[in-house]
Design a protein around this ligand. Structure first.
Ligand code: CP
Ligand code: NVA
Length: 316
């Protein structure tokens, strides 16, 4: 069979949102829209036949697991699923050795783990592209899906305002990276003690100071926003802080009043899983402004575009 495209010549990882340029994101969003359209029309799109994705999960997952696994099969490839408990990763085999071995047998690796440093060590020893499926510090695939979802509903995100209400966590850090890179603004409101670590958010690529603003009052953060978004009060790995977080975050529940302060056509997003009555009221997440189900579905479409891009580059 004649090849219609060639493999990427330089090894590219996706460990932080800043690992790709604004121009690459423009390509990926267009490509994801096309791939989604073809899939919905039952048109075959099999650029990754014979290629294998290794998925390594050191934390729980529903969306990331299903979206990467289904997505890779839809691209004509296959997957290998590993967890800490059922592999030598849980028995102290050095991450560097694991990376060398896994990347000789597979073509792409997706990792969900704790410290960003761990995924960076893996990538430094990998022969194949490594994708961050969530670390304590970042969740780039989720923001990729969120921005794609915003574009689907409202057009370009450039110049818009996103209100982040809640924890200064991996999602918040990644929103800040995206804002700086793609030219929109983030209003961040967190309880005292749970602020975004600006140095961490900046990561390797840096972020511009005028792309974000901190608010002590979550209602003020939502004022005039085009998108209101939040996340769980306790991220995976921080469960020991559950009770103190419940107290600290009590006023950071996205409710109808906050949505009313935002633009009349503002969207609501949540990466899920959600806890109704904690970080968001049921009438908001289940209400007309919420696009959380599109957001979840779009994980699969954008990640298909991402995997194709990391292996094959731009397809004309
Ligand atoms: N949003 C997200 O990453 O969900 P999972 O934890 O279910 O993968
Ligand atoms: N911030 C959450 C996101 C879950 C998808 C966590 O890290 O647990």
């Amino acid at each position: 069979m004649k090849k219609s495209h060639t493999a990427m010549t330089t090894l590219k990882h996706y460990l932080q949102f800043t690992d790709l340029t604004a121009d690459e994101y423009t390509y990926l969003f267009e490509r994801a829209a096309l791939i989604k359209k073809k899939f919905k029309a039952y048109e075959k799109h099999h650029p990754l036949v014979d290629r294998t994705l290794a998925m390594i999960f050191e934390k729980a997952s529903t969306r990331t697991r299903v979206s990467f696994e289904a997505g890779m099969y839809q691209l004509g490839g296959s997957v290998v699923h590993l967890t800490t408990g059922d592999s030598q990763l849980g028995r102290a085999e050095p991450i560097e050795d694991s990376a060398k071995v896994i990347s000789r047998m597979t073509d792409l690796v997706m990792i969900r783990t704790y410290e960003q440093a761990k995924i960076e060590r893996f990538a430094a020893n990998s022969r194949v592209p490594v994708i961050n499926g969530l670390t304590n510090e970042y969740h780039p695939c989720q923001i990729l899906a969120d921005i794609f979802t915003f574009i689907e509903h409202r057009g370009s995100i450039q110049g818009k305002t996103v209100a982040w209400v809640g924890d200064g966590n991996n999602m918040a850090n990644t929103w800040l990276q995206a804002a700086s890179l793609l030219g929109f603004k983030v209003h961040v409101s967190t309880p005292r003690g749970y602020e975004v670590d600006e140095k961490l958010a900046a990561g390797a690529g840096g972020i511009s100071a005028d792309s974000y603003q901190f608010f002590s009052n979550p209602l003020e953060a939502c004022r005039g926003a085009d998108l209101v978004t939040t996340d769980v009060w306790t991220s995976m790995g921080y469960e020991a802080e559950n009770e103190e977080r419940r107290v600290a975050f009590a006023d950071w529940c996205v409710d109808a009043e906050m949505m009313a302060a935002a633009q009349p056509d503002a969207l609501f997003m949540h990466c899920l899983p959600a806890h109704r009555g904690e970080e968001v009221e049921a009438d908001v997440i289940d209400g007309p402004q919420s696009v959380v189900w599109d957001e979840a579905e779009n994980r699969m479409h954008v990640q298909k575009a991402l995997m194709e891009y990391l292996l094959l580059g731009r397809i004309a």
